[in-house]
Design a protein around this ligand. Structure first.
Ligand SMILES: [Zn+2]
Length: 450
């Protein structure tokens, strides 16, 4: 780690996305805490500047992650199946995690994330307790493992401490869900509040904060939803999986007479602090409710394709007033440029039209659209913002000839040349600055699990 009292080096970019488009010859300086102090365009580099000859974008925000799902990548394609059969495999991995092994896995996953261009992540975390549901002697052992992993990888973490109380409408938790549960909404609120306090004591809030999540309408009983709406501090970001699968909607309508979004509206949960993850299968009324409340909708297009979820109505949601953010969820793909492209491609496949989102809207979805979800200002190069940026190579086999403002439609994480968090270079050419080769790191963490 560098001397925290010294200002980071200044960065000079040949071209950078500033405001709503690309500008030339940009110099960015920052204070010792990594906050941008100036962005000047049309200037030459000073002698000691770090020169970035590619195209600089703000750091990408990953607004939905389950770090351990990375263990399933490339192992779930035999024999077909559905979201629900994939979930059985996921439960098997969840059952094997312990604090030490989870810290190793999450460190490697966050290192992969940073090297691919994500500078912030919202971790939707529900494996709180021992596999049989008993408490760890250190009550926040799993949560601290994730926080230490994020610090080692240099990514900004918003840990979403998740409430998970039921196995379905009127259904108890199954044995493989036992470690997710806190017993009651009151116990979850209490544990979550203690966690928030102890993490604030232990970790730098520029890098680790604790927010909240409700797993889904399947996992949080109706009565608990209004308790959360009235008792959880309204400044804390709150996430929830919403309408990922048609079966969830059908169960919800059968049990409550309302769609999941209708139920959340009635409970008073929809607001700008709320992030609805997926929102794939929505009625026109659902779209209006999410838009009118200023909710952020976190789409995870590569996961939704991988699991066969479907294509969510992203354009309609944005037109109705919702903010669009992106997440890599189960990490079949960890690549901010591909995730952003998949958002546009889903719309094209669904509508038969091109250019459904402008490059500026796609840039927002990749960056600042995730600000409310992670509960911090991020995703733009401007004074007062954190100095988090990525440099994309515009001269690779994939990107040569592309308009510099459209590299999210041609590049991949392989083209991310430099990643900067809080004014410090954390990765170059896919290699993590302190942890080295991320492939080897992932392989080692997985070998140690078996
Ligand atoms: Zn998820």
């Amino acid at each position: 780690m560098s001397d925290a009292s010294a200002s980071p080096p200044a960065f000079w970019a040949a071209r950078a996305w500033v405001g709503d488009g690309i500008v030339d010859r940009v110099r960015v300086t920052a204070a010792p805490d990594g906050t941008i102090t100036s962005v000047v365009t049309g200037v030459d580099a000073a002698t000691d500047d770090i020169r970035l000859s590619g195209v600089v974008y703000p750091g990408a925000v990953n607004a939905h992650s389950h770090a351990f799902h990375r263990l399933l990548r490339g192992r779930t394609h035999d024999g077909g199946g559905s979201f629900w059969t994939w979930r059985e495999l996921m439960y098997r991995e969840a059952g094997r995690l312990e604090p030490e092994s989870y810290e190793r896995v999450a460190t490697a996953v966050y290192a992969e994330m940073v090297a691919s261009g994500f500078t912030s992540v919202a971790e939707f975390h529900y494996a709180h307790h021992r596999p049989d549901g008993a408490r760890y002697a250190e009550p926040h052992a799993m949560e601290r493992a994730l926080a230490r992993a994020a610090v080692a990888a240099g990514i900004r973490l918003t840990l979403l401490d998740t409430c998970y109380l039921a196995g379905g409408f009127g259904v108890e938790l199954s044995p493989e869900q036992a470690r997710f549960g806190d017993g009651s909404v009151g116990s979850w609120l209490e544990r979550s509040s203690r966690l928030r306090e102890s993490m604030a004591d232990e970790f730098d809030p520029r890098f680790v904060t604790v927010a909240a999540a409700l797993h889904s309408v399947r996992a949080v009983p109706v009565a608990a939803l209004s308790v959360v709406a009235s008792e959880l501090d309204p400044t804390i970001p709150l996430h929830m999986h919403v309408s990922e699968q048609p079966a969830e909607n059908e169960d919800c309508v059968r049990a409550t007479g309302l769609t999941p979004v209708g139920l959340l509206q009635r409970a008073g949960l929809l607001s700008p602090r709320f992030s609805a993850v997926h929102a794939t299968h929505l009625s026109d009324d659902d779209v209006e409710l999410l838009g009118a409340s200023g909710t952020t909708v976190v789409m995870c297009p590569t996961t939704e394709a991988d699991l066969g979820d479907g294509i969510g109505p992203a354009r309609a949601l944005r037109d109705a007033g919702a903010v669009i953010a992106l997440g890599t969820d189960q990490h079949a793909v960890v690549d901010p440029l591909l995730e952003t492209r998949a958002l546009e491609h889903g719309e094209r496949l669904g509508s038969g039209r091109r250019g459904r989102f402008s490059p500026g809207e796609l840039m927002q979805a990749m960056t600042s659209g995730g600000s409310a979800s992670v509960g911090r200002q991020t995703g733009s190069l401007a004074a007062g913002q954190p100095l988090d940026l990525i440099e994309v190579d515009p001269r690779s086999a994939r990107t040569a000839g592309s308009d510099p403002g459209q590299l999210m439609l041609t590049g991949t994480a392989s083209d991310v040349a430099t990643v900067v968090v809080a004014g410090r270079v954390v990765a170059r050419d896919g290699r993590h600055a302190t942890l080295g080769d991320t492939g080897s790191l992932l392989q080692r963490a997985m070998d140690e699990m078996s």
